[in-house]
Write a protein that binds this ligand. Structure first.
Ligand code: CTP
Ligand code: MG
Length: 532
């Protein structure tokens, strides 16, 4: 373990709070500009540099080419915006809401050499699964495959900046009503487990509004704000989200398909932010979710195997339709992550500590009680002593599948607070205790058939990893026409032969190699024998 905060920062291990502060501040100094693919990079930079030094910039594609430009100083943004024109036109009228989302116009002489400028665009989405399977098949060990998958899927530096920039642009809308508010990303955008293309969960944070802690003097004169009252916190959240949602819909450039889902357990406004390509969920008064984000982030930072295993399991689950982008009776990524954490707590020796242990290590500053729920846990990494478990990722992946292939789901609940399964407190096919709101089941939505599919798939994958045919490299490029034969993790991502895949939508896939097909056939026969 690192011995000081300084060395933690050197190791790139920052608290989520520090990360938020840094990224938010960068975002404030940034603008988002729609460009043409023929934009001349040099001229573009020269033009913008007139307003001050540029710290960082990058281009990406999403319904056109965009540039994120971060200036060294806030004043540069102010100076830049002073010279920006409001679009005029005979046919269109515009809402004159000014934001840092701009369009680059290039009028006058067209420089033909510009057409070939070939801007380097940073990818903001993951490679297709077929490509991933090919890439993984070329690796020489399962450990390398897992690292390679993590590399390919994790959020990039640029994508993370873009997420904070979108929050900052939305904040500019919300501050019209609440000048002291912030909008913070939470969930997989910042918990370390987000994959390129994941949704952007945002929290409108009104806790930083000053005046809440102003104590009225015991005697003499004082003033207090007159404020509108509502029946409940929930009603306040709903009315704020309703108004902000309306503004996003009516005034927010690039925000489309705004839906107000105010009657959900956690009210939210959902919309697509076209210039970034992000599906956005804006919530308010959702402090517990921010706590669970912090907790997941902390677990992910404790040991690199945590993130790698979560990425692998999430990818595996998506490939088999265990998770889905559409809400329903499916297991969610959040549930899956908690399942991986629980499994890692159950290793011998454990790879990560229980939440109760993290609570016991907490100092006075870590104390947090939200709506009666104890959300206290340690924030200082240095206080956490890890045990020396040396299992490889390959071992852990195999053990993960075996663990859940035989887990007594019908009786037991998954509990990362205790690090031990507990008797189910209520009837539900899958019971995962919410780490902070302990009376809630994170996977309440999951029905019996989805759990059955999950179990059939983990059994199949456990079995596949035990076969030497699947678990050893097949020799890169030996599969004809340069396509390597899927093996190891790659073969686990191929369409399954079990778990009722017939009902699933057909996806275009590389055909499974003959060898894998044979293996799966024998598995099917084995299963049929068992059943009869
Ligand atoms: N959350 C929670 N309890 C739930 C569901 C969600 O506390 N039952 C919190 C978690 O902190 C979660 C965040 O809300 O990380 C966002 O939820 P969601 O978008 O569903 O999950 P993500 O972790 O962001 O994963 P994904 O990549 O699928 O969006
Ligand atoms: Mg999310």
């Amino acid at each position: 373990m690192a011995s000081s905060l300084l060395s933690d920062e050197k190791n790139g291990r920052k608290s989520l709070h520090t990360l938020h502060m840094e990224r938010q501040e960068q975002a404030e100094r940034s603008v988002l500009i729609s460009c043409q693919s023929s934009t001349n990079e040099k001229k573009f930079l020269k033009y913008l540099s007139k307003h001050g030094e540029i710290n960082k910039y990058f281009f990406y594609e999403s319904y056109g080419v965009y540039a994120v430009v971060e200036f060294a100083n806030q004043e540069s943004v102010t100076s830049l915006l002073e010279g920006v024109a409001i679009p005029g036109g005979i046919h269109e009228s515009t809402v004159p809401f000014k934001s840092r989302l701009l369009s680059l116009r290039n009028l006058g002489s067209v420089d033909s050499s510009n057409q070939l400028s070939g801007l380097q665009c940073q990818p903001q989405t993951t490679i297709p699964i077929n490509e991933l399977i090919k890439t993984l098949s070329r690796e020489q060990s399962i450990d390398k495959q897992i690292s390679s998958l993590t590399e390919a899927y994790q959020l990039t530096e640029e994508n993370s900046r873009l997420r904070f920039l979108i929050c900052s642009l939305l904040k500019d809308i919300a501050t019209a009503y609440f000048p002291e508010c912030t909008i913070k990303p939470f969930g997989s955008s910042v918990n370390g487990f987000g994959k390129l293309g994941c949704d952007l969960d945002m929290l409108l944070d009104l806790d930083s509004i000053t005046g809440r802690n102003v104590k009225l003097p015991k005697s003499g004169l004082s003033l207090e704000y007159q404020m509108k009252r509502a029946n409940s916190e929930r009603a306040v959240t709903q009315s704020i989200l309703s108004v902000i949602g309306e503004c996003v819909d009516q005034f927010g450039p690039g925000c489309v398909g705004v839906q107000k889902i105010l009657n959900a357990r956690c009210p939210l406004v959902r919309f697509a932010h076209q210039p970034s390509g992000f599906q956005c969920d804006l919530t308010a008064n959702n402090r517990v979710a921010m706590k669970s984000t912090e907790l997941l982030y902390l677990y992910g930072e404790l040991d690199p195997r945590v993130r790698s295993l979560v990425f692998t399991v999430r990818c595996w689950a998506r490939a088999h339709g265990v998770t889905s982008s559409i809400p329903g009776a499916w297991i969610t990524n959040f549930s899956l992550t908690v399942m991986v954490l629980f499994f890692l707590q159950k290793r011998s020796p454990p790879i990560i500590p229980t939440l109760d242990h993290l609570r016991d290590l907490a100092g006075p500053a870590d104390k947090s009680v939200i709506e009666g729920n104890d959300c206290t846990f340690v924030s200082d990494f240095n206080k956490i002593q890890l045990q020396s478990n040396t299992e490889t990722l390959e071992q852990l992946l195999g053990e993960f599948f075996e663990f859940y292939a035989t887990f007594p789901f019908s009786r037991m609940s998954i509990n990362i607070r205790k690090g031990k399964e507990q008797n189910k407190p209520e009837v539900a096919p899958l019971h995962i205790q919410n780490p902070f709101e302990t009376s809630l089941n994170v996977s309440k939505n999951v029905n019996a058939s989805q759990l059955d599919r999950f179990v059939a798939l983990v059994q199949e994958s456990a079995w596949l990893l035990q076969q030497s045919e699947t678990s050893t490299p097949r020799g890169g490029g030996a599969g004809g026409e340069g396509a390597p034969t899927p093996w190891g993790l790659a073969s686990l991502l191929l369409p399954s032969q079990v778990a009722g895949i017939k009902s699933r939508k057909k996806r275009r896939r590389e055909p499974a190699s003959e060898r894998i097909k044979g293996l799966l056939e024998s598995l099917k026969n084995k299963n049929q024998l068992k059943k009869s």
